[in-house]
Design a protein around this ligand. Structure first.
Ligand code: NAD
Length: 484
């Protein structure tokens, strides 16, 4: 007898997704379909914006800027709180929609939707008051933070709503208006949020447009946009930087990573195996800050490997809408093929596959949890950002060697160090070339914690007052009294 598996989701809230331009629902004569990655079935059509749609969105955002820039902090904060309330009121529907279009199971969806609510409320409490930097009786010098104008937000498909909120909240709080473009793979949550947002924001303050990669390119070239806030791959980030040069747009680029974890010999392998597993496999490793290279000291290597394999065998990979599922599919066919190719390369190179390996040929973009035993440093599974559930475990002898190998990448997003000796771990952390280093923990973010990449993992910061300041121009006003 076949037993039906239990589903936790509700009905998908909307069937006809539209863009939001100047406060209105806008359809397009051209559409594409969002695909459920667990079933490969279309979920719903979404509009493909034309250049005219983008022009209209930028025009309305510029018009709205003239008014929004004059609003006070209290009004902006209240708007962000109302946006958070809208998500909260539709919490279950957002969870279902996110899992259906992105693939992540409920716990991951809760992290993302809950995080979106939290970020809107907390960034709403931030502000950058004028700073008096000199007042010596002769000169009074004040530094002010003024809004830039229209922000173009471009987001990827791994955390579609949360990464949009990371941009919307500081952009609007600083007095800017916005044109936001979600990834064509995961446009639905963002389009729906954009539509709901029109009930609490003046027309034109937040415009959401959808389309293919060319729409992103048009945005980065558009003379009416003052800054691009981009999250995506390093390759695309470089293209964004090139076309943003046309009108010297400000840029925040949150790009790829090949994050190392370094495990020192004093840890208890069984005690940290679960944390190490999720450090790598959370969101099916479609996480810019997933551990993508696990360096383990040779003294405990075999123990850590055994504990990881044991734990990994207990993890359920399935359609994220099923109650039992802990890891979902990859989000799209392109990524599925990329990771499959990486796996085939490992097999062809004769790497020892401890678990997983061959992608399943059943429906859905599922790749099994794969652990690879000490492949060479120059193998593709070590050198490339897999962005899928394939983890190379690498043996090291001494800490200097581990640090050198960890740093030998063009990326510098995040890293982690695991040790009972905090001082030792701190010493390692300070030598790692990455924007964030976690010690004995992973993936802790906060609206008050600066996040950004070193090297080719990006430029600029998201979150914290540093992040807020990136949505501002600095203006210095110097005054001197004239003699009576
Ligand atoms: P991607 O670069 O392919 O696409 C990102 C966005 O850019 C999408 O909205 C896409 O439509 C748009 N785009 C594509 N070509 C463009 C162009 N020429 N001009 C402007 N926009 C264009 O990235 P992806 O595959 O969606 O996301 C995965 C990547 O994102 C990984 O490399 C991952 O590490 C990175 N990422 C980084 C962070 C971070 O904070 N550093 C967070 C999440 C994901």
């Amino acid at each position: 007898m076949k037993v039906e598996k239990a589903i936790w989701g509700t009905e998908i809230p909307v069937r006809e997704f539209a863009m939001s331009i100047n406060g209105r629902r806008i359809a397009s004569e051209h559409t594409d379909f969002a695909i459920n990655p667990a079933t490969e079935q279309p979920i719903a059509p979404f509009p493909l914006a034309s250049r005219q749609h983008l022009d209209l969105a930028v025009e309305s955002a510029n018009a709205a800027f003239e008014v929004w820039r004059e609003t006070g902090i209290a009004e902006r904060r209240s708007a962000l709180e109302k946006l958070a309330d809208l998500i909260e009121q539709n919490y279950e529907a957002f969870l279902t929609l996110l899992t259906t279009e992105q693939g992540k199971p409920r716990a991951g969806a809760e992290w993302e939707i809950g995080g979106s609510i939290h970020w809107l409320r907390e960034i709403g409490k931030q502000s950058l008051p004028d700073e008096v930097v000199r007042d010596d009786g002769e000169n009074r010098v004040v530094t002010r933070y003024t809004p830039i104008g229209v922000i173009g937000g471009i987001t990827p498909w791994n955390f579609p709503l949360l990464l949009a909120v990371w941009k919307i909240a500081p952009a609007l709080m600083a007095g800017n208006t916005m044109v936001l473009k979600p990834s064509p793979y995961t446009p639905l949550c963002t389009l729906w949020f954009g539509e709901l947002a029109q009930s609490v924001l003046p027309p034109g303050v937040l415009n959401v447009v959808s389309g293919g990669n060319e729409l992103g390119q048009w945005m980065t070239e558009h003379p009416g946009i003052g800054k691009i806030a981009f999250t995506g791959s390093t390759a695309t980030g470089k293209r964004v930087m090139q076309s943003a040069a046309s009108n010297l747009k400000r840029l925040t680029l949150e790009l790829g990573g090949n994050d190392p974890a370094i495990v020192l010999p004093d840890v208890d392998p069984e005690a940290i195996a679960q944390d190490l597993f999720w450090a790598s496999f959370q969101n099916s490793s479609q996480f810019c800050v997933a551990t993508k290279r696990l360096y383990v000291h040779e003294e405990i290597y075999d123990h850590v490997v055994a504990a990881l394999v044991d734990y990994a065998k207990t993890v359920q990979v399935d359609n994220g809408l099923l109650v039992e599922s802990q890891l979902g599919p990859l989000q799209n066919r392109m990524q599925y093929e990329k990771v499959s190719d990486l796996l085939q390369d490992s097999v062809a190179q004769g790497h020892r596959i401890l678990l997983g390996g061959a992608p399943s040929d059943s429906v859905g973009y599922f790749i099994p949890i794969t652990l690879i035993d000490n492949p060479p440093d120059d193998s593709r599974c070590v050198a490339e950002e897999a962005f899928g559930p394939v983890l190379p475990i690498l043996k090291f002898k001494d800490v200097d060697e581990a640090i050198r190998r960890a740093n030998s990448t063009e990326y510098g997003l995040a890293a982690s160090v695991w040790s009972k000796d905090i001082e030792k771990a701190q010493a390692v952390a300070r030598r790692l070339e990455s924007g964030t280093v976690w010690i004995n923990q992973i993936h802790v973010f906060g609206p008050d914690i600066a996040f950004g990449g070193h090297k080719q993992s990006g430029m600029g910061i998201e979150n914290s007052l540093h992040g807020l300041s990136e949505y501002c121009n600095m203006q210095t006003i110097m005054e001197r009294a004239l003699p009576n």
